[in-house]
Design a protein around this ligand. Structure first.
Ligand code: NDP
Length: 424
């Protein structure tokens, strides 16, 4: 189906995000490192400081490390098939079929974390793997970027030769835009669903591994592990494990049901998420920060508030949609819509139309506050995530308005706030 309604500012916006987001990922590395965060030379003359630090193409990309990255990606894919797991059907697609997905990301990640833990202890805490990870950070980032680019190109090209469904917004006919936003909806190689696999595995499992690399670096160089480092590692590991425990929920997210698979998702899943979201732990590895008891309690309170809203609202909707008779949600009020789906108008979903985003954003603060207030760079995640959530809310709103029509107008009258009640 050809549809020319562009998102992300059309081809120009797609080009901007394609070059801009990798540039930011590298910039964060060169701006925030052992020389400062940012270094005084960067503040004086950013371009000269960047040029002075540029290690040349050989210092950024290594075909050997890229080979290791390929082994990581395809090794994980093999584990999805080898390890036990249950198979579940996804939502009904527009051709009335449902795809089957093997769910075992928790088993896969625990196997890998267990293996790394075992090897680390067996080596007598010599940390050699973690030192290797630290030294090859830039090569690993480049490998993930190159892999995501090749993956996006492969699925775009393959979508012309297979009978796979195309995404509603990714078949405009503009090659750059379609490659970026994703032309195929659910590209597969045999049984391997590239989008579902990439969403929760190569990047999400790498993220806590990178965080632990930074913890190990702090331990090796400072001789201790700070409370702030422990909190960031624990919060983000918990977020990752929580999403693994709730793996079936990914099958009903906008990413899987609606968005195509192109550079945007491939780069976001494989490179942006693990390398940019771990910035705070990387900073703490170089600049150990102590919070003290009051600081720890304060950050824990922020995290608990965010998690309470995040898990409460997401869990409530999930339960209501999958088992409305459950006593936990049976009392909730809802609107019947012509489409057949029901929209909650009490409980969490009466507070704001995306109150779950608010909980996620509050947790983002708890992930940045442990870095203290010496630099604004480590608050990049809070700012970026606010932009992502506001933009995502607008996209989801447009989708719901198209799906529910007048019923959506009724709903927005009852629940007028988008994300933050009383403010937005
Ligand atoms: P949501 O969980 O917000 O789901 C939105 C969908 O829920 C709508 O499209 C609609 O779907 C349905 N819905 C809307 N209002 C109601 C209602 N009142 N009652 C029942 N159903 C309703 O989707 P997301 O995928 O955007 O977010 C899921 C979680 O993932 C969030 O907590 C978010 O913060 C997080 N997230 C995190 C990211 C990160 O990088 N860390 C990135 C993106 C998301 P339908 O058509 O079925 O009615």
């Amino acid at each position: 189906m050809i549809e020319t309604e562009y998102q992300f500012g059309g081809p120009l916006g797609a080009a901007g995000v394609t070059f801009g987001t990798p540039a930011i990922a590298y910039l964060l590395y060169f701006v925030c490192n052992e020389n400062g965060c940012p270094s005084s030379s960067f503040l004086e003359d950013p371009l000269a400081a960047l040029a002075a630090q540029w290690p040349g193409i050989d210092g950024v990309f290594s075909s050997k490390i890229f080979g290791y990255y390929c082994a990581w990606y395809f090794g994980l894919a093999a584990l999805q098939f080898i390890l036990p797991g249950r198979t579940q059907e996804g939502v009904e697609l527009k051709d009335k079929t449902r795809l089957k997905y093997k769910l075992n990301v928790l088993e896969t990640s625990l196997t890998i974390f267990g293996y790394l833990g075992f090897m680390t202890v067996k080596e007598g805490l010599s940390w050699s793997f973690w030192v290797w990870m630290w030294s090859n950070y830039l090569y690993l980032l480049s490998s993930a970027l190159v892999f995501a680019t090749l993956l996006a190109t492969y699925v775009y090209a393959a979508s012309f030769f297979t009978r796979e469904l195309l995404s509603d917004h990714g078949a405009t006919g503009n090659p750059l835009y379609d490659w970026f936003i994703g032309r195929p909806l659910n590209p597969r190689i045999g049984m391997l669903d590239l989008k579902q696999f990439s969403e929760l595995r190569p990047g999400m499992i790498l993220w806590p591994i990178l965080n632990f690399t930074f913890l190990a670096h702090q331990y090796t160089t400072a001789g201790r592990v700070t409370d702030s480092m422990l909190l960031v590692n624990a919060f983000q590991a918990w977020y990752v494990i929580d999403s693994f425990i709730n793996e079936p929920a990914v099958l009903t997210t906008m990413d899987i049901t609606t968005d195509g698979f192109g550079f945007m998702l491939a780069f976001g899943d494989l490179a942006w998420l693990p390398f940019v979201y771990s910035l705070q732990a990387r900073y703490l590895a170089m600049y150990p920060t102590d919070l003290g008891v009051r600081g720890v309690l304060g950050v824990l309170a922020v995290q608990a508030t965010g998690y309470y809203i995040f898990r409460g609202s997401n869990g409530e909707k999930n339960k209501f949609r999958t088992n409305p008779e459950d006593p936990k949600v049976a009392h909730l009020k809802f609107i019947e819509t012509k489409s057949g789906s029901r929209l909650l108008v009490s409980g969490w979903w009466a507070v704001a139309r995306h109150v779950n985003y608010l909980g996620d954003w509050i947790m983002a603060w708890a992930w940045c506050l442990p870095t203290g207030f010496k630099t604004p760079v480590t608050y990049f995640y809070v700012v970026y995530f606010a932009v992502l959530l506001v933009h995502r809310d607008r996209r989801d709103e447009a989708k719901c308005r198209a799906k529910y029509g007048k019923d959506w107008d009724r709903y927005t009258k009852v629940v007028p706030w988008r994300i933050v009640p009383g403010i937005y």
